[in-house]
Write a protein that binds this ligand. Structure first.
Ligand code: GLC
Length: 605
């Protein structure tokens, strides 16, 4: 494994690593003595110290909280296969055969300065790159293995080059590191299909030593801002000494940030949560209910994180911009992924989308970076809110027919309202507890036009509850639903000329849910308004308070874009709070209906 005779510089590096470890240890002892900290030594390791929620932790996290938008880069020898980063496992490529990719890796067009330039153009505020993915190949110069970019044809420290380019541009950089390692002889378990690799003689503790040495090496050598772990799920925290590793990293670099996956996402241990390819309906909450720091990692394409030569499906630029807004309005970050090609260039589909986001951020970045989540529980139009000091930013994604929007229950006195992009002043008036803002006839930006509302004092809004209108009819528009989802979210909201619908509904786990309140009970007719996707019938059901109340079948709407209302049955409901969810039960032709709203209409006896 460690063939140090082939690379004498590796031996040298190892010596340096050992030496610097001693120095670090000494420095650490000095710091401890100076700070008068008491850390109980237990044999072989230091006592665990989880990230505590102190002022110090809050300050440490602030830059990441403010950054809002990061770039994730999945790049390694798998990129040559062009079937995403799991290629070796998905295609069951024996280790000996995969070796040729490790040896031949030769990204001659790799220009890290260009990457950083692109990131800056996109408006990205930090970069995370795969230092080592599940396949075990390291894109940095590691003293502890030859399975690295120094041992490949390129013979360059690819990671080091990017670090340098980032430093020049003041771009914080962090490293993805996979705990799972399909190459190291001591990592267990083997892949299920790997009949040619016996586990005999493998010693997981030896692997742990290797992993810790590499992590220490990465931190000492490159001083990353973040360590972003993954591939933890095959083991429990105790198996790989997660707490010990966290402790080691925080001692080596006290301001380092560590994601939750080092700790198998156990609450309270990582610095931030990492929902993958979905936006949590209400943001990620801590155990006490307060908002935690979280970052949605998301791909632009749908099949994989590493380069996929055969990919045909991409989220659009506008969709990604709206995702960023949605995430910011809930207090999170978007970590958007690219998988560069094997030669080191980034495919045009990614570049184009990054530039589209950058162009929008150039005009509207003020409404994203450094903002706080929305003060409104719900907005009665297709839009989202972010907040900075005494300014509210309303990101309007559809343009209401009546050219006005209502901010429900805004408690503050308003000083002015204007469009962010051109500072054009907007008229407004108070109507009861609500603020009504008049809009120009056309949006400035179809994707999202930002309206600034400057208020007196700290922005505050009354709690909001969806209730029937004066006629007793309750409307549940899709933009007021929480879209519940899990990894692999496909459905999203989109504006179709005059209305907003949930579209691209091809994952059964995505569904909208509304909470509403009835002042009095009664019998209601249940209706749903949707447009139907050609090509087959999808089935659905509606649940109220977790009980299925109706089921239905799509297929009668006259247009794919223009919704029609369908009566689905009657239900009896008591006064009080209820939740209603609309779930797809089967999807025809890879696309269910487009849902506009659900309506509960009282039936008079
Ligand atoms: C998953 C995948 C991995 C990818 C990661 C990004 O864990 O296994 O390939 O790197 O998601 O979050």
């Amino acid at each position: 494994m460690k063939n140090n005779t082939r690379w004498p510089e590796k031996r040298e590096a190892k010596k340096i690593a050992k030496k610097s470890f001693r120095e670090i240890l000494l420095a650490y002892c000095r710091i401890l003595a100076a700070l008068g900290l008491f850390i109980v030594m237990v044999p072989g390791q230091l006592q665990a110290r989880p990230a505590k929620d102190t002022q110090e932790t809050a300050d440490r996290l602030q830059w990441l909280r403010d950054a809002k938008f990061g770039l994730l880069i999945h790049w390694g020898v798998y990129s040559q296969i062009g079937r995403e980063e799991w290629a070796r496992d998905l295609l069951q490529i024996p280790l000996a055969e995969y070796q040729k990719y490790a040896e031949n890796f030769n990204p001659v067009n790799y220009n890290p300065t260009e990457w950083v330039k692109l990131a800056k153009e996109a408006g990205v505020k930090y970069i995370i790159i795969t230092s080592k993915h599940h396949d075990g190949f390291c894109i940095f110069d590691s003293a502890f293995t030859d399975y690295d970019s120094m041992g490949a044809r390129i013979k360059k420290d690819l990671l080091g080059m990017l670090v340098e380019a980032c430093r020049k541009e003041n771009m914080p950089i962090g490293f993805y590191y996979s705990i799972m390692d399909w190459h190291h002889p001591d990592y267990l378990p083997r892949r299920g299909w790997e009949k040619d690799r016996s586990a005999k003689g493998a010693d997981f503790n030896r692997y742990l030593k290797y992993m810790k040495s590499q992590l220490q090496e990465l931190v000492q050598k490159y001083q990353p801002a973040i360590l972003w772990f993954d591939g933890e799920w095959e083991h429990k925290n105790e198996d790989y000494d997660a707490l010990g590793i966290g402790q080691m990293l925080r001692q080596l670099k006290p301001d380092i940030l560590i994601n939750d996956r080092l700790f198998n996402r156990a609450p309270g241990l990582g610095d931030f949560g990492t929902p993958e390819n979905y936006v949590p309906a209400t943001g990620l909450r801590k155990q006490d209910g307060s908002l935690g720091l979280w970052e949605v990692c998301m791909t632009m394409n749908f099949n994989g994180w590493g380069y996929n030569h055969y990919e045909t499906e991409f989220r659009s630029g506008p969709q990604l911009i709206r995702q960023l807004i949605e995430i910011a309005s809930k207090g999170g970050n978007l970590l958007l992924n690219v998988g560069p090609r094997p030669d080191g260039t980034i495919q045009p589909e990614f570049v184009e989308r990054l530039r589209q986001i950058g162009a929008w951020l150039k005009v509207n970045g003020e409404a994203i970076y450094g903002t706080e989540p929305s003060i409104f529980e719900k907005l009665p139009f297709f839009g989202r809110c972010t907040v900075k000091g005494q300014r509210l930013f309303i990101h309007l994604m559809g343009w209401p027919q009546d050219k006005k929007i209502v901010l429900p229950g805004l408690k503050n006195k308003v000083e002015k309202a204007y469009l962010l992009a051109n500072k054009e002043k907007l008229g407004y008036s108070k109507k009861g507890k609500d603020l009504v803002i008049k809009l120009p006839t056309e949006p400035l930006d179809q994707t999202a036009t930002v309206i600034v509302v400057e208020v007196e004092g700290e922005p505050q809004a009354e709690p909001y509850q969806l209730k029937p209108g004066s006629t007793g009819t309750l409307e549940l528009p899709i933009y007021m639903a929480e879209i519940k989802s899990q990894m692999g979210q496909r459905a999203y909201l989109d504006y179709f000329y005059r209305t907003t619908m949930l579209t691209n509904w091809q994952n059964i786990n995505d569904y909208p849910e509304w909470e509403f309140e009835l002042d009095k009970g009664g019998t209601f007719e249940l209706l749903a308004s949707y447009a139907y996707q050609w090509g087959g019938k999808s089935t659905f059901k509606m649940e109220i308070d977790q009980q299925t109340v109706v089921s239905g079948e799509s297929g009668t709407s006259p247009s794919v874009y223009f919704p029609a209302t369908h009566s689905l049955g009657q239900i009896k409901l008591e006064a009080g709070k209820h939740t209603l969810s609309f779930r797809i039960t089967s999807i025809a032709n890879n696309n269910a209906l487009k849902l506009e709203k659900v309506i509960l209409k009282p039936i008079r006896p």
